[in-house]
Ligand binder design. Structure first.
Ligand code: MG
Length: 389
C-alpha cells in the first residue's frame, strides 16, 4: 500500500468560538472536536498514520482529548497556520510517506467518502483538495451596497483534507516559508502543481463561530436521536491465586485474582461487547485478538473507549448501561460506589444511567463452585436515524 499520513492541524488559538478552551478541544456531542477529526482519519483504510500539530501551551488539553488513541507525540506548531503545516511536514520526513493529507482539526464532520475521493485523485494528480461548488450568487460590496455581481461559475470553496505528494508539498512549503498563504493548495498552486477539485460533503464545514457548533450538533442529531438500540454482552473469567482484581475499571484487594490476557476485567469486556453490538461492529476479540501481544496485561478501559468512540463517531449517545456480576465471591457491595464512579468517568454519563448489581448462583454451576465469575451487560444507546443505515 502507498503510505499516506494525515496531518491534523490543531495549533490555532480558536477563540472565535468562545468557551473556556480553544475550539479544537471543545466538546461536540460527547467527544472533543479534535478527537472526532483524528478518529475520522485514524480509522480510514486509505490512511496509514496520523500526526497532529498543536500549540505547545495546549499539551494537557491535547493529552485529554486523544486519551487511549494510538498516536505519535504531537508536533509543536508555529506562529501562523502555514508555519505549523511546514513544521508538521518536516516532523514526518523520516517516515517517507508517499502522500500526505492536510486537515483542519476544526472540521470534525469530515466523512469517509470525501477522504477516499481525495486519496483516489492522488493516483492521477499531484494534488487534490476537498471543495464545495459555490451555489449562492456572489456580490462584491462597497459601503454596504452592491458594487458588482461576480460570476459564480467555476467558483469553489476550499475545504480540507487537501492531499499532496509528500515530497512536492514539503519542498513547496520550504520555499515559501514565511509567506502568508491561507491554505496548502495555494502553496502548491504557486509552485505550478495541478490541484484537482474533489466535491466535499457539504457538512464538512469549519467550526468557527458558536452558531457553527450548534449546527454541527444538529447535524449529528443530538437532542433528537430516534434510533433506539440495545446491546447485550457476556463474559467469563476464571479465578487464579492472587490478591487483587479489576472489575468495572476499579482495582481492589481480593483473595483471588482473575485469569486473562489483558487485565481480565470481565465487566468492561462484556460492556465493550454490548456497545459494539449496538452498531454491528463485531466483538472485542475481533478488534483486540488475545493472540496480539500488544493487549497483554492491557487496561481494559482502552477497549471500552474504543467502542465508545466508534459509537460517538456515528453520532450515537449512551442512554443507560446495566451490569450484573454473577459470583460467590468477591463481595461486590463494598466496591459498588467506586465501580460506578469509574464507569461514569469512562462512559461520560451520570450515575443515574448506570445499573450495577451482583448475585450468586446459589452454589450451582461454575460460578457457584467458585471457579470464576461471569458478567452480563445490557446497554441502551440512541443514534441519529439514517435510512438504510
Ligand atoms: Mg474477557
Amino acid at each position: 500500500m502507498t503510505s499516506c499520513i494525515a496531518l491534523i492541524v490543531a495549533a490555532g488559538e480558536g477563540e472565535r468560538l468562545g468557551g473556556p478552551v480553544p475550539k479544537q478541544y471543545q466538546d461536540l456531542a460527547g467527544s472533543p472536536i479534535l478527537r472526532r477529526s483524528v478518529l475520522a482519519f485514524l480509522r480510514h483504510g486509505a490512511v496509514s498514520g496520523v500526526q497532529v500539530v498543536i500549540n505547545g501551551r495546549h499539551q494537557a488539553l491535547y493529552d485529554a482529548a486523544v486519551a487511549g488513541l494510538s498516536l505519535p507525540p504531537p508536533v509543536e506548531g508555529g506562529v501562523t497556520r502555514q508555519d505549523s503545516v511546514r513544521l508538521g511536514l518536516e516532523a514526518i520526513a523520516s517516515q517517507k510517506p508517499a502522500h500526505v493529507l492536510i486537515h483542519d482539526a476544526a472540521r470534525p464532520l469530515i466523512d469517509d467518502a470525501t477522504i477516499q475521493g481525495v486519496c483516489d485523485a492522488l493516483k492521477t494528480h499531484d494534488a487534490a483538495i476537498a471543495a464545495k461548488p459555490l451555489v449562492d450568487t456572489l456580490k462584491r460590496g462597497e459601503g454596504g451596497v452592491i458594487a458588482q455581481t461576480i460570476d459564480r461559475a467555476n467558483l469553489w470553496q476550499a475545504h480540507t483534507p487537501q492531499g499532496f505528494r509528500y515530497d512536492s508539498i514539503l519542498s513547496a512549503h520550504r520555499r515559501h516559508a514565511g509567506s502568508h498563504f491561507t491554505d496548502d493548495a495555494a502553496v502548491a498552486e504557486h509552485e505550478g502543481l495541478s490541484v484537482a477539485l474533489i466535491p466535499s460533503n457539504p457538512d464538512n464545514m469549519k467550526l468557527t463561530n458558536p452558531d457553527d457548533l450548534d449546527r454541527a450538533r444538529r447535524l449529528l442529531g443530538i437532542g433528537a436521536l430516534p434510533d433506539l438500540r440495545t446491546g447485550f454482552g457476556f463474559d467469563v473469567h476464571r479465578f487464579v491465586p492472587g490478591n487483587s482484581m479489576t472489575l468495572c475499571g476499579h482495582s481492589f484487594e481480593s483473595d483471588v485474582s482473575l485469569e486473562g490476557h489483558s487485565d481480565a476485567d470481565a465487566a468492561l469486556h462484556a460492556l465493550t461487547d454490548a456497545l459494539l453490538g449496538t452498531i454491528g461492529a463485531g466483538d472485542i476479540g475481533q478488534h483486540f485478538p488475545p493472540s496480539d501481544l500488544r493487549w497483554k496485561g492491557r487496561d481494559s478501559a482502552h477497549f471500552l473507549r474504543f467502542a465508545v468512540d466508534l459509537l460517538r463517531q456515528k453520532g450515537g449517545a449512551i442512554s443507560h448501561v446495566d451490569i450484573t456480576i454473577l459470583c460467590e465471591k468477591p463481595k461486590i457491595g463494598p466496591q459498588r460506589d467506586a465501580m460506578t464512579k469509574k464507569l461514569c468517568a469512562l462512559l461520560s454519563i451520570e450515575p443515574g444511567r448506570v445499573g450495577l448489581k451482583a448475585t450468586t448462583t446459589e452454589r450451582m454451576g461454575f460460578t457457584g463452585r467458585g471457579e470464576g465469575l461471569a458478567v452480563q451487560t445490557l446497554v441502551t444507546v440512541r443514534l441519529p436515524f439514517v435510512e438504510g443505515y
